[in-house]
Design a protein around this ligand. Structure first.
Ligand SMILES: *[C@@H]1O[C@H](CO)[C@@H](O)[C@H](O)[C@H]1NC(C)=O
Ligand SMILES: *[C@@H]1O[C@H](CO)[C@@H](O)[C@H](O)[C@H]1NC(C)=O
Ligand SMILES: *[C@@H]1O[C@H](CO)[C@@H](O)[C@H](O)[C@H]1NC(C)=O
Ligand SMILES: *[C@@H]1O[C@H](CO)[C@@H](O)[C@H](O)[C@H]1NC(C)=O
Ligand SMILES: *[C@@H]1O[C@H](CO)[C@@H](O)[C@H](O)[C@H]1NC(C)=O
Length: 384
């Protein structure tokens, strides 16, 4: 009895703590399938450090699995304590929230995956797509050790969408104050509408200018090029920042959207300085993404209870786009969001868009993009 327990423990420890260097899956003690964090068929997206652990709202991974009935995430010590909230979507159904912590996390699965194996085999093999991402702009670190699937499950290749959005912004894009964080924010919703891959690098409180702003040690014009969001500064286990290797963004972004400036304005950065830093930033992004169209949002402003809207940097974003055009970059477009957001669309306490407000913004931008010429994919690239 003692011996059996001992052997089982050794197997379990081996399965959990010692991923094979080749990245192959292994069999756990109960026949379950243990996927090490370096398995080539895990489709990572967003920003992951070497641990590997997430930074920035929306970072996560996708799995394409045959005969899935259970999913467990074993998370390491760099996971946010006491918990990180993740969004989970099975078979492209809406994302739901699951709270995870360091240690063993059984992720509840919705939909047809929970059917027993017998009824499934009578219908033939069933494949599932599971998408997972951290929801928060803070408390958003999951440190992935292994993924454990039910016995008989098999990891298949995930084919990413041909469309891939890269969003860059501040609290207005990060989903700050929303119950499900970035998963309910307009960038995420827009990406889903187009059946696209989507990464969101948005930092509440941060200016575009590389200045200290509302608890952010750096501005987005610096932090975008780093693996970590500015939360690194407040951590004790990872109090440093590392360069991001843009070759890891696969697929490469096909469409880039920037909505920024609210915090520069609040920090009294002059319009002239803001235009300069924005134009330089876009030039640097153009070096990374030679062919992607860039979309620059004008501010939708801060709606007030009396129905007025406080706009900042009037004309500045127009000037940024104009300067890019004059530099020969005609693949940069102004998205005029004037009037998109009213008092009804925001939380009265902080004037940030509420859940229906984000849906409204997403709808307006989706319409804008379709008028511009972009069509949603007919099907997700990884079919079920
Ligand atoms: C996750 O944790 C947050 C913070 O404690 C809580 O508000 C939320 O209800 C939890 N979500 C679920 C699905 O349990
Ligand atoms: C579950 O499977 C049945 C039969 O294959 C299908 O009609 C139904 O739409 C599926 N439901 C979900 C939530 O995928
Ligand atoms: C992180 O390091 C910086 C110096 O680079 C220091 O000012 C800051 O207090 C540190 N944060 C923590 C939480 O230790
Ligand atoms: C910006 O300027 C306004 C008006 O002069 C001032 O009240 C405010 O304190 C300044 N804010 C910062 C962060 O310097
Ligand atoms: C943006 O839209 C507003 C409201 O329709 C309009 O007044 C303004 O002229 C537009 N700005 C540009 C640059 O087209």
């Amino acid at each position: 009895m003692y011996f059996q327990t001992f052997v089982a423990t050794i197997l379990a420890l081996h399965a959990m703590a010692a991923p094979s260097p080749s990245g192959d899956s292994e069999q756990g003690s109960g026949g379950e399938v243990v996927i090490p964090n370096d398995h080539p068929l895990i489709h990572f997206h967003g920003r992951w450090d070497a641990s590997p652990g997430t930074w920035w709202a929306g970072s996560g991974f996708k799995l394409h699995v045959q005969d899935l009935s259970s999913l467990t995430l074993n998370l390491g010590p760099h996971t946010t304590s006491p918990l990180a909230s993740i969004g989970v979507s099975v078979d492209y159904a809406p994302f739901y929230q699951v709270n995870v912590s360091e240690g063993v996390n059984v992720v509840p699965l919705t939909g047809n995956v929970t059917q027993d194996t017998e009824s499934k085999s009578s219908q033939g093999k069933k494949t599932s797509v599971v998408r997972v991402n951290v929801e928060g702009w803070q408390d958003n670190r999951i440190n992935l050790e292994t993924i454990v699937l039910n016995k008989g499950a098999e990891l298949l290749p995930y084919t990413p969408s041909k469309l891939a959005f890269q969003f860059i912004g501040d609290s207005l894009s990060a989903g700050q104050f929303l119950p499900q964080g970035v998963d309910q924010a307009w960038p995420f919703l827009t990406g889903e509408f187009f059946k696209a891959e989507h990464n969101v690098n948005a930092q509440p409180g941060a200016a575009l200018s590389d200045i200290v702003s509302y608890g952010n040690e750096h501005g987005v014009s610096y932090q975008y090029f780093r693996t970590e969001d500015t939360g690194y500064f407040d951590t004790t286990d990872h109090n440093f920042t590392t360069p991001w290797n843009f070759l890891r963004d696969r697929p490469e972004p096909t469409h880039l959207v920037v909505h920024i400036g609210a915090n520069d304005a609040s920090q009294n950065v002059t319009a002239e300085a803001f235009v300069k830093v924005f134009t330089t930033f876009l030039g640097r992004l153009r070096g990374l993404y030679p062919t992607a169209p860039f979309f620059v949002f004008t501010p939708w402003g801060w709606p007030n209870a009396d129905g007025s809207v406080s706009y900042y940097y009037p004309g500045a974003h127009e000037l940024v786009v104009q300067e890019r055009h004059e530099a020969g970059d005609l693949n940069t477009f102004l998205v005029n969001t004037t009037g998109w957001v009213t008092w009804e669309d925001v939380f009265p306490a902080n004037q940030h868009p509420n859940v229906p407000g984000h849906q409204k913004i997403a709808g307006l931008f989706e319409h804008w993009l379709q008028s511009w010429g972009l069509r949603p994919e007919k099907e997700w690239a990884t079919a079920l």
